[in-house]
Design a protein around this ligand. Sequence first.
Ligand SMILES: O=c1[nH]c(=O)c2[nH]c(=O)[nH]c2[nH]1
Length: 305
Amino acid sequence: MTDASRPARVTRLGPNQYGKAETRVVRIVRDGATHRVKDLNVSVALSGAMDDVHLSGSNATVLTTDTTKNTVFAFAKRHGIASTEQFGIHLARHFVTSQPSIHRARIRIEEYGWERIAAPGAGGGEHSFVRTGQETRTTEVAFDGGGWQVVSGLRDLVVMNSTDSEFWGFVKDPYTTLKETHDRVLATEVTARWRFNWTDEGRPAPDWDESYGQARRHLLEAFADTYSLSLQQTLFAMGSRVVENRAEVDEVRLSLPNKHHFLVDLEPFGLKNDNEVYFAADRPYGLIEGTVLREGAEARIPVTD
Ligand SMILES: O=c1[nH]c(=O)c2[nH]c(=O)[nH]c2[nH]1
């Protein structure tokens, strides 16, 4: 076929990545009779010289997704799981430095918490656990052979203030029916991600577990301390509290569904509702999202995911 008679190419390959998603690994550390549990959900995404596998079907540059899953399990034994961040760093470094075709690795990790059951019987406190019903800890580590980006966070952290929340002074148009309120319930389910300014292994890494615990504490304390005139204002206060108190964090991205609590009309029953009985609606919900940045820092956490 001559060039002139060859049909014009209408497609080309755009950005791509691959890897095993959601490898569930549980690592038990047996310190005598006292056991510790790390329970993770690890997703690996690799990218690099992967044109041929898409365009010609040659798999010569492909480290299989099955291998990436096996590596997660092997590294849980070989390196242990000191923290989600440290585990992600081990994995990302391994994939990028051991395979010439892999130029970038992104490791997402969710951690599910387990608490000891303090039963009076023998051994209960040492090897029996109950899943913490609260939040899930999250981490995303990205490495391109040069710099690191670590974004940690949490999701499903449900919080409520039963007062100290008002909402008034908003736009009224022909469709507005919402009543102004000077005392409402403010409840949300926090998804937070925060970006560390640590980018290279020449510098000491933060103490990941300490950082997580403190960031979580600051989010909760700011939620509780803020006399709220809107969930947007509370969002900014929560993100600011983390950035102001944690020098290792430059950016906090928050997604806060407004879990509306509507006062129930009890008049038909001859009862007065003095801010006591609410209908907790599950949908629709207002969705308040925003990023808080350290002065001079750039927004790098994606707005939508
Ligand atoms: O804190 C709030 N922010 C809003 O933007 C909003 N909109 C709304 O209906 N209720 C609320 N509450």
